[in-house]
Design a protein around this ligand. Sequence first.
Ligand SMILES: O=c1ccn([C@H]2C[C@H](O)[C@@H](COP(=O)(O)OP(=O)(O)OP(=O)(O)O)O2)c(=O)[nH]1
Ligand SMILES: [Mg+2]
Length: 147
Amino acid sequence: MYPVQFKRLPGNEDVTLPQKMSEWASGFDLHAAVTEEVILAPGERKLIPTGFAMAMPQELEAQIRPRSGLAYKHGITCLNTPGTIDADYRGEVKVLLINLGQEPFSITRGERIAQMVFQVVPQVTVEEVSELSDTVRGAGGFGHTGK
Ligand SMILES: O=c1ccn([C@H]2C[C@H](O)[C@@H](COP(=O)(O)OP(=O)(O)OP(=O)(O)O)O2)c(=O)[nH]1
Ligand SMILES: [Mg+2]
């Protein structure tokens, strides 16, 4: 178990902190901390506040992912999915939503807009080299094995 801390930001006492909606859910649902109703027009993107900041062990990251229900029913997704929350970030967590649907979408305070999944990030060493090891695939990519 990795210890993660959530800090409610001032003025957001009424906004639910990230929470799992079922016992074994991967994601903690994130709630909008908008002060008034926000409308996303078709094609429009907006950065939505969540009203909290957090701290996690340095070997973790958090990913901000869309909710499939909003994507399926309304075409609402995260533009930068998965959004990356670095372990050393102490600012407010925000969600970059975009409306890929045909209708305006309304976001009200407290509504669940996205989810956050924690991941372990392997620590690596890097070095610059002049030759890489050979593989069967080589430089083939972008569909070179067929459709
Ligand atoms: O969906 C997101 C993505 C990022 N962030 C915050 C946390 C993250 O640690 C920081 C930087 O994100 P990222 O590295 O993706 O953005 P950047 O454009 O590289 O900014 P920076 O130069 O600050 O790293 O912004 C969010 O709150 N929500
Ligand atoms: Mg960055």
